[in-house]
Write a protein that binds this ligand. Structure first.
Ligand SMILES: *[C@@H]1O[C@H](CO)[C@@H](O)[C@H](O)[C@H]1NC(C)=O
Ligand SMILES: *[C@@H]1O[C@H](CO)[C@@H](O)[C@H](O)[C@H]1NC(C)=O
Ligand SMILES: *[C@@H]1O[C@H](CO)[C@@H](O)[C@H](O)[C@H]1NC(C)=O
Ligand SMILES: *[C@@H]1O[C@H](CO)[C@@H](O)[C@H](O)[C@H]1NC(C)=O
Ligand SMILES: *[C@@H]1O[C@H](CO)[C@@H](O)[C@H](O)[C@H]1NC(C)=O
Ligand SMILES: [Zn+2]
Length: 491
């Protein structure tokens, strides 16, 4: 573009410059080496979720392994997860950076009126790609970028999404032990160059299951929490044995917390409205109600002031701060129990002593968050973040461009080490602006200018040599140079 603005007299000088520049420019060469380097050695990241591990469990019993990750890395005290605070919505938010209304996995139990299909985490409906394709999970994005991912039982990771599975994954099977899952993940990270995964995700069902069965206040939970810490210790040890511990960025978190229930705190819908008037789609504590044809006003009217411990929203009135409204899978009426309360149709069958799903600003709904590794600061405690911020953070660590999302890297970049690390593409640059963490735009801008000059040279060359004979070529050479530019800009 530059060249068209230049007066004719300058062309020979620019021509000379353009011939010499590619030969001497350290930036251009460096950038190529970095590209090669980054293909071989992408930063590694392992995201671990212990289902239902509430933020404060680490203070309840000695948890030396969590403690050691905190000391060597970072901890975030309060993580605001997404509404509703259930397993499927939150696991998908972690790998997409989107609120549930946008990624489309709005509950563990759903109905889609457009598809006329029901989803339940208990059935094979989970394997229908259509539920998942309102968003693109990180493993798909990294694979499209030439990277590799490995998933051990993460919700949704064994489903074909936008035509892809993770490079390595396990079919969901709750009976496969934590230790087996860990060994598989370690194998995948340790595979030979070109086969090793860059991004791993690991899921474990506890302490959620025990939290539901025993209630979080039960003293029996202490042993369960200590057991999770031991499992984390096993993972850390296996990483060390494989020589991965210093290389892999490890994030340990969860989808949600847990609240104590009580048999005295039951809201019985049958007392207020005939159950033939609606379909009960999602279960307590946030209940999706699909009224039968023409019964919306009647059902709403009967429930709206029925019980002081239950908020009743028409879809349009769901509070903004929940970001839980704009999706066809969110039902016309939403019931929300107050913390600790349970909504049922009648009193038959309450067996749970703990549950989650409530308001995501409630502390007891929030998960633990610790992380360590070359990308992270050491011994640093941050007060709060949102779980949607995790996605841009992970994209940054992995060096891939995030898709549009509801998180913000700015909110969490203080978690990142200010030192450049050996495993990052920007490793040869020692000066990094603190504001943007490790990532430096200097090489990008530098190589962009380099490439523009090289292209400028080509254009000058073509013009100089052939302009008089074939003027049309001017246009064509510019078109040809476009893909080159785009490729370089795509980081
Ligand atoms: C929705 O699917 C069910 C079967 O699962 C069927 O009985 C019903 O007629 C369908 N409804 C519509 C509107 O297509
Ligand atoms: C699930 O895993 C268990 C334990 O490894 C195994 O015995 C069982 O056959 C597996 N089930 C399926 C359906 O693969
Ligand atoms: C309570 O509901 C269940 C089904 O959810 C039903 O089988 C049972 O008969 C009901 N009990 C009473 C007392 O209505
Ligand atoms: C959720 O909790 C926050 C504070 O904990 C409160 O301000 C907000 O009103 C609650 N939202 C609803 C709809 O209960
Ligand atoms: C969340 O991000 C998506 C994708 O950028 C956007 O469409 C949506 O409006 C965002 N939601 C909110 C509440 O900002
Ligand atoms: Zn649960």
């Amino acid at each position: 573009m530059l060249i068209y603005l230049m007066p004719g007299g300058c062309r020979p000088l620019f021509f000379l410059l353009a011939v010499v520049l590619p030969l001497v420019s350290p930036h251009t060469r460096n950038h190529r080496e970095q590209q090669k380097h980054s293909e071989k050695e992408r930063p590694k990241l392992l995201l671990v979720s212990f289902d239902g591990f509430r933020w404060d469990y680490i203070y309840r019993v000695p948890t030396p392994n969590f403690r050691s990750i905190m000391d060597e890395g970072v901890k975030v005290e309060f993580v605001e997860n997404v509404y509703i605070t259930k397993t499927y919505p939150n696991h998908y938010s972690m790998v997409t950076g989107l609120y549930a209304e946008t990624h489309g996995i709005v509950a563990n139990e759903m109905y889609d009126p457009a598809l006329n299909l029901s989803f339940s985490m208990e059935t094979d409906s989970v394997y229908d790609s259509r539920w998942w394709e309102q968003a693109v999970p990180l493993w798909v994005t990294i694979q499209k970028d030439g990277g590799r991912s490995g998933a051990a039982m993460w919700p949704g990771s064994d489903v074909l999404i936008h035509g892809m599975f993770p490079s390595r994954y396990l079919l969901y099977n709750a009976s496969v032990s934590f230790e087996t899952r860990v060994r598989r993940i370690i194998e995948w990270f340790s595979a030979p160059e070109g086969e090793a995964v860059d991004f791993g995700i690991l899921y474990w069902e506890e302490p959620d299951e025990s939290g539901h069965n025993l209630g979080p206040q039960s003293p029996l939970m202490d042993a369960i929490i200590a057991g999770i810490d031991e499992k984390l210790g096993f993972l850390m040890n296996e990483l060390k044995k494989a020589g991965l511990y210093e290389k892999v960025n490890l994030i340990v978190t969860s989808d949600h917390g847990m609240e104590q229930l009580s048999p005295e705190k039951i809201i019985e819908l049958d007392q207020y409205v005939d159950r033939d008037l609606y379909t009960w789609v999602d279960k307590s504590p946030v209940v999706g109600i699909l009224p039968k044809e023409g019964k919306l006003d009647e059902v709403y009217g009967k429930l709206s002031d029925a019980n002081p411990n239950m908020a009743v929203y028409r879809k349009d009135d769901i509070p903004e701060h929940f970001h839980y409204q704009h999706n066809i899978r969110i039902m016309p009426i939403l019931l929300e129990a107050k913390e600790g309360w349970t909504i049922m149709q009648n009193l038959t069958g309450l067996s749970m002593l703990g549950n989650h799903g409530y308001n995501n600003t409630l502390r007891n709904m929030q998960p633990v968050f610790v992380a360590r590794g070359p990308a992270f600061r050491q011994n640093y405690v941050k007060t709060s973040m949102r779980s949607v911020d995790l996605y841009p953070l992970m994209c940054h660590i992995l060096g891939i461009r995030p898709l549009p999302n509801n998180g913000s890297l700015l909110n969490v970049q203080d978690l990142l080490s200010l030192e450049p690390t050996t495993s990052t593409p920007t490793s040869t640059h020692t000066t990094v602006p603190p504001k943007v963490g490790r990532f430096s735009y200097a090489p990008v801008v530098g190589s962009f200018i380099g490439v523009v000059m090289v292209i400028g040279f080509l254009v000058v060359y073509v013009i100089t040599v052939t302009l008089k004979q074939r003027p049309a070529l001017k246009l064509r050479s510019w078109e040809m140079s476009q893909p080159l530019l785009q490729e370089d800009l795509h980081l």
